[in-house]
Design a protein around this ligand. Structure first.
Ligand code: NAP
Ligand code: GLV
Length: 388
């Protein structure tokens, strides 16, 4: 029944001495000496954990200032392999870890959560949390936190960079110039598409969707959007018009999915939606590859049933579908929506601070889930009262 003094899970509530002595079935099985020894070790183990700095492991190597911050506030270690962690590496490091620091590359599923008996907090350095089984974490009383807001502008900027690069064929132009194929202005050289006066369509008027729309104001575009919930303030400020799902595809010249990936949004853009789109339309995806049926997208791009695409995200989170690389009218970036120095530093600090807050018994600032009456917080509070 007892695990000695080191490996006691904090969530298993210890019996108090009176509880122990009143429990007749326990008394039957244990002699007085054992009872005393077990109580001593269990209490000692618990106090050790409460006194000790919490153990945090990062599945990647955070920037040095973040490492220093975590070193000061926790018993901190990280993946020093020089590469991102694979599943086995994460699994091997989970026992004893109370705080787990991950990126969107690290799939934290229910099986991994089960393999982490001491885990109290998972912080992801991303706003998207589709790589974490939040339900399994919640059931285990584990907080999950993410990094909203700080990456909104950087990601909306990249969405626009992709649109402009696709419309004005910038990568093609760059390749032409570098390869020595440029020999001066020509009336028919790399003709693109005009921006102003067109219709920009957004699926999901969340933080990034709205930031994409804000950037459209200077370009004299008409804004339409589709989302589950209408956003009157957004409609007023951006003169945006909510449209039904099929209308979003029918009317958009430039289409931006900007929703989170989950079971309801996965694969939502497929043949029926592509069929509705204009031949001149451009699709820009900075959200998640899984929102779009990628094989179908490749097929319609090959057939030129839409004019082009700017893509930052793919179904495979570790690379791209080979066939996408063969298409000229597609601009591809390697999932760099939030990749500015300023934004990544903010993201890392937010995630690290939330880990420390949770492990000090305070709720995170950026929770993805809600943990009621966490046993960990209760234990910490009891410990504080006892030792005050
Ligand atoms: P957000 O403010 O939470 O917005 C999420 C949007 O998704 C909302 O519009 C929401 O609709 C919609 N949504 C969520 N679940 C839905 C469902 N089941 N059905 C329909 N719509 C649903 O998030 P954000 O900060 O804008 O980020 C959006 C996504 O962008 C992230 O989840 C992430 O995947 C991606 N992202 C990518 C990069 C990159 O590097 N390329 C960087 C940052 C973020 P309602 O308004 O109706 O609630
Ligand atoms: C990036 O894709 C994020 O979700 O932060």
């Amino acid at each position: 029944m007892w695990e000695g003094n080191e490996g006691v899970a904090i969530s298993a509530a210890p019996l108090t001495l009176p509880e122990l002595f009143c429990n007749k079935s326990l008394i039957k099985g244990l002699n007085a000496l054992e009872i005393f020894r077990n109580f001593f070790y269990r209490t000692k183990g618990k106090i050790m954990q409460l006194h000790d700095k919490p153990k945090i492991w990062a599945a990647f190597a955070p920037f040095e200032p973040i490492r220093n911050y975590l070193d000061e506030n926790a018993d901190f270690d990280f993946n020093r392999s020089g590469d991102l962690a694979d599943r086995q590496m994460i699994k091997d490091h989970l026992p004893g870890v109370q705080g787990l620091f991950v990126t969107l590359r690290d799939k934290i599923d229910a099986a991994l959560i089960t393999a982490a008996p001491d885990l109290k907090a998972i912080a992801t350095m991303s706003v998207g949390f589709d790589h974490i089984d939040v339900e399994a974490a919640t059931q285990r009383g584990i907080w999950v936190s993410n990094t909203p807001d700080v990456l909104t502008d950087a990601t909306a900027d990249l969405a626009w960079a992709l649109l402009l690069a696709t419309l004005r064929r910038i990568p093609e132009g760059d390749r032409l110039v570098r390869s020595g194929g440029y020999s001066g202005w020509r009336p028919d050289l790399l003709l693109g598409t005009e921006l102003s006066g067109k219709t920009l369509g957004i699926w999901g008027a969340g933080r990034i969707g709205q930031a994409i729309a804000r950037r459209a104001l200077g370009f004299d575009l008409r804004i339409i959007y589709h989302s589950r919930v209408r956003k009157p303030e957004f409609e007023r400020q951006m003169r945006a018009r909510w449209v039904e799902w099929p209308e979003l595809f029918r009317q958009s010249d430039f289409l931006f999915p900007a929703v989170s990936l989950n079971e309801e949004t996965r694969d939502k853009i497929g043949p029926a939606e592509f069929h509705l789109m204009r031949r001149s339309a451009i699709l820009v995806n900075i959200a998640r590859g899984g929102l779009i049926q990628e094989e179908e997208l490749i097929r319609i791009l090959r057939l030129k049933l839409i004019a082009g695409a700017g893509l930052d995200v793919y179904v495979d989170t570790t690379g791209i579908h080979k066939k996408l690389g063969d298409l000229n009218h597609v601009v591809l970036t390697p999932h760099i929506g939030s990749a500015t120095v300023e934004t990544r530093e903010k993201m890392a600090f937010m995630a690290a601070e939330d880990l420390i807050s949770i492990l000090k018994g305070q709720p995170p600032k950026y929770p993805v889930n809600e943990i009621q009456n966490s046993q960990w917080e209760t234990d910490l509070e009891r410990h504080r009262v006892r030792t005050a």
